[in-house]
Write a protein of this length. Structure first.
Length: 572
């Protein structure tokens, strides 16, 4: 009988503590998180980045005296395919590593699965020795060795759609191995994106193929190439899942997929879907939204200690306007939700108007705009003011009408959160004036402006340290860092399994907080130039985006190359 997961955890945790990987306080934190999120303790530890997958493999190997191996770059001998049938290998996630005499070595994600080992022993007629390897490496090796599901799907799509275009596909929710290839392909693309930690899935028709790419940690990666003829059916399938009009191909459409309907293993995953016509057919982009990630706290978003203190003081102001600015995908919505979650309580009335509602916040009234029937940000916000609100959140200030109502709300006893598309914090004041808001109203209503970006974190497993070169020294000097650190972090090994050789794992926020002090307010009210407002803010201690990025380089969080990819030296 296979040992229960909680029993396994009881054996692994002491090993992780004895090796100095975890502390008792980490276990308590993870236990609380696991109960709240209803996940296993192991998953909680991984999600909180308290230990890595490799740490658990080592602990498992130590606790159960099982050999731990890596399958990176390994491919079994071809004769082992006949010995271990593909169906059994995939069902039990077991890679045949080698056969020596009468002994077969199997790499398994769960080498305690006695039933699987007994079945494989009976099927092969050999003694089976299980070893442990990372689940991801096992999946990738099985795909490559047996010509797995992706390869099969591409082949089936080629056979079905290779010589002709099929426009539509059937409505099917219960996806399984007998489903049509296009149904399986779409499900597989989404499932793999979720497992890879992607934020977006791009399905792009090109001249001679259909390309599937993922955005992982802010960078695009090609994942699949499908037959060109399958494009209309693939797009049709996505539209059916998102309840869009499959006959409309000339106009952009937006929708939402509740992925739990199509794959029960992902009940908290939604996808925000956008389709647009291109020269070679319709392109689809799906933003992955994990509702279980909603409880991110402000202290996990990358704020420095000083910026976090400023921001927390600002969101507890009795009234005024708090704006988040930056390009699409810079984490503005995540920070807004984290702030609202922190100040939410039964004693305040919080109302939001969004386009669309990405996460459902408990205890908060949320409204989605519908411009086609006249429900715009401005109209909703005006109505909210008659709903006795304490705190308001407007998804985006897009026009003068919305800006004026937002300022009015901020000046009449309400705390208002919103976003704006500007490059930096100081430029926000100019943008509001350009929209038609008088400078003295801008200065009087604003509490803080938070400009932000997202940078990739260096992989903790393969990060290397080196003495700073002249480029690092020049960048640090420009940011005013003194003293310059003795070592700086660099991108690590190309064969690291944790980050797949990219050198980066996860992302961290970079922030610039324009806190409206008396000096800054005076400059804004007088119609001062941006450089004059910036000078007043810096005199008050404001850290620019560039300076915050350099601090994170000096702290070993990211590399200089990544920092300069995200922010410009002119932003200091």
């Amino acid at each position: 009988m296979t040992m229960a997961p909680h029993s396994v955890e009881k054996r692994l945790i002491p090993v992780l503590i004895s090796e100095g990987i975890l502390e008792e306080k980490d276990v308590l934190k993870a236990t609380s998180y696991a109960r709240k999120k209803k996940v296993s303790l192991r998953d909680a530890i991984l999600e909180l980045n308290l230990a890595s997958e490799e740490d658990f493999l080592y602990a498992f190997s130590t606790a159960f005296h099982v050999t731990c191996i890596t399958l990176k770059g390994f491919l079994p001998e071809s004769e082992l395919k006949e010995l271990v049938p593909k169906e059994l290998a995939f069902r039990h996630q077991a890679v045949p590593v080698s056969r020596v005499g009468n002994t077969l070595t199997l790499a398994m994600a769960n080498p305690l699965d006695v039933e699987a080992i007994d079945m494989l022993r009976q099927r092969t007629g050999l003694d089976v020795t299980p070893v442990i390897a990372a689940e991801k490496e096992i999946r990738e090796t099985l795909e490559q060795f047996y010509g797995g599901k992706v390869a099969e799907l591409v082949q089936r799509l080629g056979d079905t759609y290779g010589g002709r275009e099929i426009q539509f596909t059937e409505l099917e929710e219960d996806v399984n191995e007998t489903s049509a290839p296009v149904v399986q392909a779409v499900n597989k693309a989404i499932e793999d994106a979720i497992n890879a930690g992607a934020s977006d899935v791009h399905i792009e028709p090109l001249e001679d193929k259909l390309r599937v790419r993922y955005r992982i940690d802010g960078v695009m990666r090609e994942q699949m190439v499908l037959p060109k003829g399958s494009a209309p059916a693939i797009v049709s399938r996505v539209k059916i899942m998102a309840t869009l009009d499959i006959t409309e191909k000339r106009l952009p459409q937006d929708g939402r997929i509740y992925f739990g309907r199509y794959n029960r293993r992902y009940p908290t995953i939604d996808l925000r879907v956008s389709t647009v016509p291109t020269g070679y057919g319709e392109k689809v982009v799906m933003r992955i939204i994990n509702r279980s990630d909603l409880t991110l706290g402000l202290d996990t978003l990358g704020f420095t200690r000083n910026n976090l203190e400023i921001y927390r003081n600002a969101i507890r102001a009795p009234y005024g306007m708090i704006l988040h600015v930056g390009p699409t995908g810079s984490g503005k919505t995540t920070t807004l939700y984290a702030a609202l979650s922190e100040i939410n309580s039964p004693t305040v009335n919080i109302q939001t108007v969004e386009d669309p509602i990405e996460y459902q916040l408990k205890g908060i009234s949320q409204t989605m705009v519908h411009p086609e029937i006249g429900l715009t940000f401005a109209r909703a916000l005006r109505s909210f003011l008659r709903q006795d609100p304490d705190i308001l959140m407007v998804g985006e200030i897009r026009d003068k009408e919305t800006a004026m109502i937002a300022v009015e709300a901020a000046l009449t006893g309400h705390l208002l959160f919103s976003t704006l598309h500007t490059n930096d914090a100081v430029g926000t004041t100019t943008r509001l004036v350009e929209m038609g808001v008088e400078p003295f109203l801008v200065g009087s209503s604003l509490v803080v402006v938070c400009a932000q970006r997202l940078m990739r974190r260096l992989c903790e497993r393969c990060i290397v340290q080196a003495a700073p070169d002249s480029v690092h020294k020049e960048a640090f000097a420009l940011a005013g860092l003194d003293p310059i650190p003795e070592t700086v972090p660099l991108q690590g090994a190309a064969d690291c399994p944790q980050c797949e050789g990219s050198g980066y794992k996860g992302r961290v926020g970079v922030h610039e907080l324009l806190y409206i002090t008396a000096a800054v307010r005076k400059a804004i009210n007088s119609g001062a130039r941006e450089d004059e407002v910036l000078a007043a803010a810096r005199t008050g201690g404001m850290t620019t985006l560039y300076q915050d990025a350099m601090v994170k380089v000096a702290s070993g969080i990211t590399s200089l190359e990544e920092a300069l990819r995200v922010v410009r030296a002119e932003e200091q």
